[in-house]
Design a protein around this ligand. Structure first.
Ligand SMILES: Nc1ncnc2c1ncn2[C@@H]1O[C@H](COP(=O)(O)OP(=O)(O)O)[C@@H](O)[C@H]1O
Ligand SMILES: [Mg+2]
Length: 361
């Protein structure tokens, strides 16, 4: 799949933008705060309905404006799709595919698949579990609509259970209703956990080879799913922790507390890895994501690389660029120096300055 073009109106610092992309490598370069990431964000939004930064729609609209428009043209297996998005200040966004409005955001999934790689992703191993859960959730939601629906149901019920736990404190007779919530929580939570387990097993098969090569044969990496329920089922764990949950007024076990574990041999990289080891593992994870998506959707995802090249040493830069030579990529960077000595061919170069983009070749 490839993105053919992107048009923006009143989006972030773009009053008007009309870009045509090359099917291979596109570079957007320019100083800081000029609007490079905003372009990648707009692309990601038109494939996933969400900003990769988690920004609310109203903040994506240009300051002082009430609405923003995005139009993306995608080509997939020889067929063109036009995705229109209309962001509004005080109501949900409107989305149309080939001019036909869709009712559920998830109808958009499956048309275009993005892999977003930003400098923050390089900290995914070092930082806390929430970033690792977010990684799994974002990727699985793009791959599997059923996962997305199970996860949103689970999250909704967790919020309701937690507010109930607060109310029980004041109103003891509400205790019985907890069983009803727990039944649903178990239903959706178990499905979420199963999908995540399968996803991690799939990534695990791919990552070992990539990581082995990336570390010059020095390190073997293994991923595993770390469940907060341990060896119990979610139902058993909820029962066991009920008194504690009531005391803490929040739910202490379940997929919202789970983690992804990275081991190099017997070393837990999250806790004991060096900074370099952690970043290399993060790069391996991202590269595995591309490979996994490629094999699951039987097509190439579009890679959005936001300012990561300058964060990597030459060896890792080369490895990354070599691995992505056959997929459409939009790369942002502050200068073109990073590419000078690389045999990698750049197909289109754009200069970004203050919400204006000029094509240079
Ligand atoms: N809603 C908005 N309306 C207008 N400008 C915005 C909005 N949100 C962010 N900006 C501007 O966008 C710029 C940052 O763009 P960004 O794409 O992150 O820059 P970079 O080129 O460093 O990646 C800043 O100048 C910021 O003021
Ligand atoms: Mg940026």
């Amino acid at each position: 799949m490839v993105i053919k073009s992107l048009k923006l109106k009143n989006y972030r610092n773009y009053e008007l933008l009309d870009l045509t992309f090359d099917p291979k490598t596109n570079i957007l370069y320019g100083d800081n705060a000029q609007g490079k990431t905003n372009v990648l964000e707009a692309l990601y939004l038109s494939g996933t309905t969400k900003s990769h930064r988690g920004t609310k729609d109203r903040d994506l609209i240009q300051f002082e404006r009430d609405e923003a428009h995005l139009e993306t043209i995608v080509e997939k297996r020889g067929i063109e799709y036009q995705i229109d998005m209309h962001l509004k200040k005080n109501s949900p966004k409107g989305i149309a595919i080939n001019k036909i409005p869709i009712r559920k955001a998830s109808e958009l999934f499956g048309i275009i698949h993005f892999v977003f790689f930003s400098p923050e992703d390089l900290n995914i191993i070092k930082d806390g579990p929430s970033g690792r859960r977010r990684f799994i959730d974002l990727e699985l939601s793009q791959l599997d609509k059923v996962y997305l629906s199970n996860l949103s149901n689970y999250n909704r019920i967790i919020n309701q259970r937690n507010s109930l736990l607060k109310d029980i404190y004041k109103q003891e007779n509400l205790r019985e209703t907890l069983d009803i919530w727990d039944m649903q929580l178990v239903e959706y939570g178990t499905k979420v956990m199963e999908s995540r387990k399968r996803f991690i097993e799939d990534v695990n098969e791919i990552i070992s080879n990539i990581h082995y090569k990336l570390t010059g044969g020095k390190e073997n990496i293994t991923l595993s799913y770390e469940c907060s329920v341990g060896n119990l089922t979610l139902e058993q764990a909820l029962k066991k922790n009920r008194e504690r949950d009531m005391r803490l007024k929040s739910t202490s076990v379940g997929p919202h507390r789970d983690d992804l574990c990275f081991m190099a041999g017997s070393l837990d990289i999250r806790k004991f890895g060096s900074q370099g080891q952690q970043r290399t593992a993060a790069l391996s994870l991202k590269l595995s994501e591309i490979e996994l998506v490629r094999s699951l959707i039987r097509d190439t995802p579009v890679l959005l690389l936001d300012d990561v090249l300058s964060e990597l040493d030459k060896h890792r830069q080369n490895y990354l660029l070599d691995s992505i030579h056959d997929i459409q990529t939009v790369i942002t960077c502050t200068g073109l120096d990073e590419f000078v000595n690389h045999r990698f061919s750049i197909n289109k170069i754009f200069h970004v300055k203050n919400g204006q983009v000029a094509k240079e070749n």
